[in-house]
Write a protein that binds this ligand. Sequence first.
Ligand SMILES: Nc1ncnc2c1ncn2[C@@H]1O[C@H](COP(=O)(O)OP(=O)(O)O)[C@@H](O)[C@H]1O
Ligand SMILES: [Mg+2]
Length: 173
Amino acid sequence: MSDQRLPAVQAANELDFISHSPAQTERVGQRLGEQLRPGDLLLLVGTFGVGKTHLVKGVARGLGADELVTSPSFVLVNEYRAGPQHRRMPIYHVDLYRIADEAGLTTIGLEELWDGAGVCLIEWPERAQALLPADHLAIHIQHLSETKRRLRFAPAGARYVSLVSAFKDTAFG
Ligand SMILES: Nc1ncnc2c1ncn2[C@@H]1O[C@H](COP(=O)(O)OP(=O)(O)O)[C@@H](O)[C@H]1O
Ligand SMILES: [Mg+2]
């Protein structure tokens, strides 16, 4: 999860940019959400209050979900439904902030969420480091100022390299 652990070969596929507002972060999530497919796994890395849930809100909107996206801090997993254009697939929104240890993780059945027919977004994925699949899209969010955030998309695996590339084309192309 840290920079040191990223293979050098993947750095070329990374995307690094600044969001200037919560609304912009949501739009970024929306553009990304439009590109997602069943089985996709997104890891949202960054400290408390940095904007992870805002990004998830955008992703859910991009997938055509009409439910209210809220922080799952108390229930650990929120489930939403994508719209008809995304075959109403499930959107699993996980927040591992309150997970104390590996024992707590096994009760959630995380593997079933990312092996499933839906997309899975995980806040505080560091808590499940040992369980996470090698292939995923890590999104690192860093606090720059009151309203500015640095977003770094770090894809691991062919599916996520092409996802970032497709996102780049729609968002910046
Ligand atoms: N550029 C930005 N992107 C996302 N959130 C921002 C940004 N600038 C300020 N914020 C604020 O940061 C907070 C992020 O909250 P939230 O998404 O719940 O964070 P997290 O899920 O990482 O704890 C919100 O209060 C939001 O208004
Ligand atoms: Mg959150």
